[in-house]
Design a protein around this ligand. Structure first.
Ligand SMILES: Cc1cc2nc3c(=O)[nH]c(=O)nc-3n(C[C@H](O)[C@H](O)[C@H](O)COP(=O)(O)OP(=O)(O)OC[C@H]3O[C@@H](n4cnc5c(N)ncnc54)[C@H](O)[C@@H]3O)c2cc1C
Length: 440
């Protein structure tokens, strides 16, 4: 009998197992994969993602093999902004969510999942969790309407059965736990992006860059093994045409969104791996907990990749859920109270607003004129640029940055600094061009 069985051993699952095991609980974590291995995901971490790793004592292992940087470039329709999340907002974020701001670091990195997930799973094992890989859960054991354990097939092909006081579903967007419990999906957002990426050597972009132009985006970030992760994305309506010539269209998209980056990749880059891609990134939410089970990470909240937040959210869930479960497992609170506390933190006003922000961005509409004016207004105003970056990364509340009074103030302050900076010579013509499928 375990205290917790965690199904899925990556960002959400290994982290939850690690934190519970460190608090002395008996934890079994099972994953059908073996490690090290990649998943269909790029792997950019914002400063709060890096801060969680630091809080757990794992950041040094990551940065020993991964380049980091402290400033990020965001270029929207040619309007460049550079900055970083203010440390004060990061600290506030951790105090609000977790009650303390220990371990906060101001850095960004892109860590291959084969590197990061291995570090997490090894840390969970070191903390005392029992880790079984190549081990697939195929059934939930329920008694009196309550989940009490799992059955499945182990690495040696043998059937296994294990029981626990709680089963944690950390098994990703297609969660077996959620499907078996027939959990509903709500606030579904079918419109999303397609995304294709690979790894190039031969050039040094310096630091992470994120570009948007019209309905397309691209990013380049230095990652492990002396390589750069280069990613392009666009609206799912264009996916079919894009797929007709993936390598050609990756280069075409780069050339369109950032001609400089396109040139760099074409003339200096050597692609080291195949191109990976995904079309299935629709957003949805699921219930967080029920009798004998709780969900963490993508299993509960699946979102488009366009703000690169899922791994950091998985870490956040691991800390919140393990803290709540610890209180219950040690008798400090009832399970209902513990789960209500977890739900309270997770279903805040801002988490709903941020989910909406991601889903709206993932439709990849061309920016409106007033949105572009806002980016112009931010130029030269470092404090507000940093606050915008913090908002985009879910560190500062969406509702605060985008509230009307703030936007008016910004526009007012920008009147002089942005005078003469026209967004486009002919906005209507540009906007029409942006609607045309570049790959058709
Ligand atoms: C194209 C793309 C790009 C992305 N880029 C970023 C980014 O740059 N930054 C970022 O923060 N996020 C990014 N994300 C999101 C990120 O990948 C997810 O949010 C994150 O992987 C969620 O972690 P998880 O642990 O919840 O689930 P997963 O990483 O999906 O892990 C689930 C695990 O459960 C296991 N499992 C499933 N079913 C079973 C079963 N029945 N039995 C045993 N094991 C099982 C699987 O083998 C898997 O290892 C991206 C996603 C996509 C699709």
């Amino acid at each position: 009998m375990y205290d917790a069985i965690v199904v899925g051993g990556r960002c959400a699952g290994a982290s939850t197992a690690l934190l519970l095991a460190r608090q002395g609980h008996r934890v079994l974590v099972v994953d059908r994969s073996s490690f090290p291995s990649d998943v269909i995901s790029t792997h950019f971490l914002w400063p709060h993602g890096m801060s969680y790793l630091n809080r757990w004592g794992l950041l040094d292992q990551v940065t020993a093999v991964t380049p980091t940087h402290t400033v990020i470039d965001i270029v929207n329709d040619g309007i460049p902004l550079s900055g970083s999340v203010p440390t004060s907002l990061l600290r506030e974020h951790f105090r609000d969510l977790h009650g303390d701001d220990s371990g906060v670091v101001q850095s960004y990195a892109s860590v291959r999942r084969r590197v990061l997930d291995q570090i997490l799973v090894e840390a969970a094992a070191k903390a005392g969790a029992e880790v079984r890989t190549h081990c697939t859960v195929r059934e939930l054991i329920t008694e009196d309407g309550r989940v009490v354990g799992v059955r499945g097939r182990a690495a040696d092909g043998q059937e296994f059965e294990e029981r626990a006081r709680i089963v944690v579903g950390a098994d990703g967007r297609n969660s077996f736990v959620a499907r078996t419990l027939d959990l509903p999906r709500f606030d579904e957002r079918p419109r999303c992006t397609f995304a294709y990426w690979s790894y190039w050597s031969g050039f040094d972009p310096g630091r992470g860059q994120i570009h948007r132009r019209g309905r397309l985006g691209c990013a380049v970030v230095p990652t492990n093994f002396g390589q750069n992760m280069v990613l392009v994305w666009g609206p799912s309506e264009w996916a079919r045409e894009f797929r007709a010539d993936v390598p050609g269209n990756v280069q075409r998209a780069l050339d369109f969104v950032s001609p400089e980056l396109g040139e760099l990749v074409r003339t200096q880059g050597t692609r080291e791996e195949r191109i990976y891609g995904t079309l299935d990134q629709s957003g949805f939410l699921r219930p967080l907990h029920g009798p004998g089970w709780v969900l963490v990470g993508d299993a509960e909240s699946a979102k488009d990749q366009c703000t690169a937040i899922g791994m950091t959210h998985a870490f956040r869930d691991a800390e919140l859920a393990s803290a709540a479960l610890h209180r219950w497992l040690t008798g400090e609170s009832s399970l209902d109270e513990a789960m209500a506390a977890y739900e309270g933190r997770r279903r805040s006003q801002n988490s709903a607003a941020y989910y909406d922000y991601v889903c709206t961005l993932s439709e990849m509409r061309p920016y409106r004129h007033d949105e572009l004016q806002l980016f112009v207004a931010l130029r030269g105003n470092q404090e507000e640029t940093d606050r915008f970056i913090a908002t985009h990364a879910d560190i500062a509340p969406v509702s605060e940055f985008f509230q009307a009074s703030n936007l008016f103030l910004l526009n007012d302050a920008a009147k002089e600094s942005s005078a003469g900076y026209s967004v486009f010579d002919d906005f209507a013509a540009t906007s029409r061009t942006y609607q045309q499928n570049l790959f058709a």
